[in-house]
Design a binder for this molecule. Structure first.
Ligand SMILES: Nc1ncnc2c1ncn2[C@@H]1O[C@H](COP(=O)(O)OP(=O)(O)OP(=O)(O)O)[C@@H](O)[C@H]1O
Length: 334
């Protein structure tokens, strides 16, 4: 769907993208990075709106340097910032965007009604958008990205400004864009936790550089472990888990178990029950950030070692990972 090759974007004072090489396949891909990591810059280059300083990129097989207009006709784009005219209704606006994409008037009206219904806007769609809540505005922005039935949508921070319930609703909608309509999605966020729940693949960038690109399940296994606390006999439990094929190491009064898949939770539960001890706690924990790079690519190691740009990757990625871990705590604790 999207391929970049040593893609760089340099502004006079900052390198927004630094030799980024990544291959994005069909499905839902989450692009995670802290504020300023280069997510919006990448999207603008992919749409052919901003030229790269170096390297090349293709979207749906078209070259971003020469085929920008064609790419924009095939792709839907949801920008990060509030950009809706306050005096027109969602219906008027989305019909206009559909017409701009080349749909004839009747088809534009029909597709607008369907799309606004799909994103959950009903009677409100006839009111001026100036009076909409943030959640409603985000839905309109999503609707205008989908109205011309694109093959791919690029969604820049679609959960920005939403409360937890609004965020969950938006993430559900994004997932359904792919499952119900077969549209591939590239979605950005600074919160790793929400992208892990929504995406098939995760790409992590920091300081404009690629830190990691993998399937979400590989990513979660590589970045998370299970912290297990039992009332006693920790060493015997460690041996039982090792015998069951898991990697477990002591950490204070906890055992940290590498998550090898959903079944890891059952294996731990059965081993604890088999020993007849009490299970005090079993919760998902993130590895430390340094451990994220253990089996990383050369690029990733370089980024970790040389500190990336002026601010360095660790504090920025730490923010994303901490937010992800915090989010995961509630649902992952058993
Ligand atoms: N037009 C520009 N001129 C100069 N610097 C820019 C410009 N656009 C972006 N930058 C810088 O490039 C870096 C990457 O910005 P970018 O907007 O791509 O990050 P981001 O990951 O999308 O973060 P955010 O979610 O905060 O927008 C930042 O340091 C930003 O200040």
């Amino acid at each position: 769907m999207i391929a970049t090759e040593s893609l760089s974007k340099r502004y006079p004072r900052v390198t927004a993208l630094d030799r980024l090489t990544v291959d994005i396949t069909p499905g839902v891909t989450g692009l995670v990075g802290a504020n300023g990591a280069g997510k919006s810059t990448l999207i603008k280059i992919l749409l052919g709106l901003s030229p790269a300083s170096e390297g090349r990129a293709t979207v749906l097989g078209r070259d971003v340097a020469t085929d920008g207009a064609e790419i924009r006709a095939l792709v839907g784009y949801m920008p990060e910032h509030d950009c809706l005219p306050p005096d027109v209704s969602a219906t008027e606006f989305v019909v206009h965007m559909a017409r701009m994409s080349g749909l004839p008037p009747t088809a534009a009206r029909e597709r607008t009604a369907d799309t606004l219904r799909h994103v959950g806007l009903y009677e409100e769609r006839y009111r001026p958008m100036g009076g909409y809540s943030t959640g409603m505005k985000q839905r309109v922005k999503l609707a205008q990205a989908l109205v011309h039935d694109p093959e791919l949508v690029l969604l820049d921070e679609p959960t920005n400004g939403l409360d937890p319930v609004g965020r969950d609703d938006m993430l559900g909608l994004i997932r359904r864009v792919h499952t119900d309509f077969g549209i591939s999605v590239l979605v950005t966020s600074h919160l790793l936790g929400e992208l892990e729940r929504t995406s098939d693949h995760i790409v992590v960038i920091d300081g404009g550089r690629l830190l990691r690109a993998s399937s979400t399940s590989d990513f979660t296994q590589a970045t998370a472990s299970l912290a297990v606390e039992v009332t006693d006999r920790e060493e015997e439990l460690r041996k039982a888990l090792t015998a069951a094929g898991l990697t477990a190491r002591p950490s204070g009064h906890l055992l940290l178990v590498d998550i090898a898949g959903e079944e890891t939770y059952d294996t731990v539960r059965d081993a604890v029950a088999g020993l007849g001890v009490g299970l005090v706690r079993m919760e998902q924990r993130r590895h430390r950030i340094a451990e994220l790079f253990i089996d990383d690519t050369q690029d990733g190691e370089g980024a970790a070692e040389d500190g990336g740009r002026s601010t360095g990757p660790e504090p920025q990625l730490a923010e994303a990972l901490a937010a992800g871990a915090k989010e995961g705590e509630g649902s992952d604790a058993a």
